[in-house]
Ligand binder design. Sequence first.
Ligand code: DGL
Length: 259
Amino acid sequence: MRYIGVFDSGLGGLTVVRSILARRPDINIVFFGDTLNMPYGDKTKAEITELALHDARVLEQYDPAAIVIACNTADSAGGAKVKAASPVPVYGVIEVTAKAAAAATKNRKIGVVATRATIRSRAYPKAIRKILPETEVYTRACPELVPLIEAGHLQKDDPEIVRILNRYLPALVNKGIDTLVLGCTHYPLIMETIAGLYPHLTLISSSDAQAEAVLDNLPAGAEFTGGQQLYLVSSDPSFFAEKARVFMPGAKKIELFTE
Ligand code: DGL
């Protein structure tokens, strides 16, 4: 029996797991959330790459059939290195999300919100224009969102979240975008709030785009079904579990991973 390994800096990765399990509840999942080092989005490219390589090594201890980088920040900084170092197939998130955004836009004006590091990497504009040249891509880093989401601001229309969204989103919306990429796996947790503020936008969840791509390309020949789930975090599991339970009732047992 094997697993599909999934990693992120924290809660965001669970939106990818949730999306995979909503479509295929039989898949075995081992999840690692590097909550000790969260947020990744404010770190340097070299630091994030090291953390991403470490996260993949943690998962490799569980003999996964494949590894899912459920973190745009880790993918933008270290995706290529994780792929090069891994003995099993590795699924990134940015390319498949760019593909979904390119398929969704009608006016070729796309907005992207993500962490500082993802925006700085220019990975989204590059990936989108590779698929759909001449597309106008407007990007915005929203550094306050991940810490707020990790602190549990998950209710629809949470005033703190709305305040931050109102600070960053109008600049993108005023450019006439018809599609907004939620280029951080934490952001689907506040998707209803964003949709409520901007009902005319098509929202692309990187978590859903990635889950679909993973399920369309599962590694052949490996036995990874049975509905087993194992959740590991690198800091206080009870704090993480309390927040995870709000949107992911399946994640009952969350354990501390120590080297
Ligand atoms: N969930 C991660 C992403 O998709 C970012 C979280 C962080 O900054 O740690 O980019």
